[in-house]
Design a protein around this ligand. Structure first.
Ligand code: MUC
Ligand code: MG
Length: 367
């Protein structure tokens, strides 16, 4: 069970439909495939999606920090020494996606070694989650058509709407059009990616107060400390901290300071080990939790559902598991399928997925 090698492989797969939101846009999935090898011949896999506009990581930077700093610190450890590994990686500040991918690949390798699913190792609560689809910036009619297509083709009935444009009416018109076009049976919530001020956010939420929103997420920057507390005190739906609350310490600060009332857990930035810590904290604090998406491919999405299905709290709400539908292709031998609005974990050991060698050859950028 000893780790012998950690590989970081850059790959690029274009998006069929680029995702646009207040803090950036993504046209090509330029991710890093991480493979953790053991002395038993086991290989665990995970992917790191760089999000330079959110966490400052780039594809080149993720590869460099894994090859130069992290791999030498984990090679030689047993798959069971995950706490030692987490402590070693924590000596380096930042680099959340690089650390998370190593952590998840180690859990996958452990599951394959023991012949159990990662979900069983973590908590084993259920085997599937309802799916929430993310709608990026576009004209109202196009966003309604996209949501209707997701509902009709995949049975998805929960939508996260990207907001944060100016004037705020651009986005409130979209949410109104979605409610009118899809009716009361769908769940809608909004994510501003810090695009508005607190005052703009309050105005927008007031304008949308009749639309039955489920949540509001990161409408304005958490660094506008008093403005955000003021906003959260008057919004009458749970206010999700996403990029402002990555670590348990961030979550504690945001929640106890009154700057958020719910949290997003993203395995792409906290892996499984630290996502567990955030989950346990959220459970203790009695928070709403949404399993978020860092615009992951299929490998990242299977990681998210594997974790989300492990606990009651993380599987209660629809998880953001469908961004891969906007990609032109992927790396897995068997593509993920969203059926009746749900994504199930894979039955095999670990994460239960395999990388297709031909696809990896086609999309890797280092050969
Ligand atoms: C989200 O929830 O914000 C956009 C940037 C990122 O890191 O994740 C996405 C979705
Ligand atoms: Mg968000």
């Amino acid at each position: 069970m000893k780790i012998t090698r950690v590989e970081a492989i850059p790959f690029a797969i274009p998006y069929r439909k680029p995702l646009k939101f207040a803090s950036g846009e993504v046209h090509v999935a330029e991710h890093v495939l991480v493979r953790v090898h053991t002395d038993d011949g086991i290989v665990g896999v995970a992917e790191a999606p760089p999000r330079p506009f959110t966490y400052g990581e780039t594809q080149d930077g993720i590869i460099a920090v894994i090859e130069k700093i992290f791999a030498p610190q984990v090679v030689g450890l047993s798959l069971l020494e995950r706490e030692t590994m987490a402590t070693r990686l924590a000596r380096t500040v930042g680099n959340p996606a690089a650390k998370a991918a190593i952590d998840m690949a180690v859990w996958d390798a452990l599951g394959r070694t023991l012949d159990v699913q990662v979900t069983e190792l973590l908590g084993g609560y259920t085997d599937r989650m309802r799916v929430s689809h993310m709608l990026g910036f576009d004209e109202p009619a196009a966003m309604v058509a996209e949501a209707q297509r997701m509902r009709d083709e995949h049975g998805i009935t929960t939508f996260k709407v990207k907001v944060g444009r100016r004037p705020v009416g651009l986005d409130t018109a979209v949410v109104r059009a979605l409610r009118e076009g899809l009716g009361d049976a769908v769940e809608l919530y909004v994510d501003g990616n810090r695009g508005w001020t607190a005052a703009e956010s309050a105005m927008a939420m007031k304008e949308m107060s009749d639309l039955g929103l489920l949540f509001a997420e990161e409408l304005c920057p958490a660094d506008d400390v008093l403005g955000r507390r003021w906003l959260v005190s008057q919004v009458d739906v749970p206010f999700i901290a996403d990029e402002s609350a990555v670590t348990p310490a961030d979550v504690t600060r945001e929640i106890l300071g009154g700057s958020a009332t719910a949290i997003s857990i993203k395995c792409a930035r906290t892996g499984f080990t630290h996502s567990q810590r955030v989950h346990h904290l959220a459970e203790g604090l009695g928070l709403e939790v949404v399993m978020g998406n860092q615009i992951d491919g299929q490998l990242g999405s299977i990681c998210t559902v594997a974790f989300g299905a492990s606990y009651r709290l993380t599987s209660r709400r629809a998880g953001e598991l469908s961004n891969f539908l906007d990609m032109s292709d992927d790396l897995l031998t068997e593509p993920l399928q969203i059926r009746d609005g749900e994504l199930a974990i894979r039955p095999g050991a670990g994460l239960g997925v395999e990388i297709d060698p031909e696809k990896l050859d086609r999309y890797r950028q280092d050969n």
